[in-house]
Ligand binder design. Sequence first.
Ligand code: PLP
Length: 221
Amino acid sequence: MSTVGSRLAAVRSTLPEGVELVSVSKFHPVEQLREAYDAGQRIFGESRVQELLPKIEAMPPDTRWHFIGHLQRNKARMIVGRVDLIESVDSVELLMLIDRLAAERGTVQRVLLEAHVAAEEAKTGFSPGAMLDFFAGGGYRSLQATHICGIMGMATNTDDEARIDADFAALASLLARCQDAAPDLRGFSTLSMGMSDDYPTAIARGATLVRVGTAIFGPRG
Ligand SMILES: *Cc1c(COP(=O)(O)O)cnc(C)c1O
């Protein structure tokens, strides 16, 4: 088995049933994605549009793509309808733009809203308050061609395990509160959290989708 294949198998063996794995392949060459594909992996995560598009062309058609990076408004058009899930919708404006593009294209785009609970200032995403306001205000009801499937978030980049655990607990609680605020929103249950260093903690806190790069593909160059 390839190195990627055996690392993938090792990660998979730690996932409980019902937790989906996104293999985060950003900055890695297509050859490595193929090794993962040949080992049965189908969902790949990419964070840059210009890197994603050639990879879509190069990989088999049943490969599923998750966009996980900051999506600039002027690039949304290039990926709407081409990726299975946009995990990183970080503003209402971007959400509305995606909806318009998906409607134009006659497709339904699945998305997650990105929540910001980590300590770092620079991270993008909705604050918990802004996200709750969005759902409580019923803003999702005007969407015509977008399905909000859940939320995505990251823990603080720290060695402090208690802080990481608290961030994941906060994300899980935020999803529960948004679900309570939007009881008519169906299929709103995905909780995407956890990366190579912290995904077991995320799973213990209820992650349904984990995004693992380095533990599968090795360090990024
Ligand atoms: C790069 C990235 C990951 C994967 O990180 P690893 O530490 O390599 O597992 C997960 N989520 C997002 C949003 C990323 O940008």
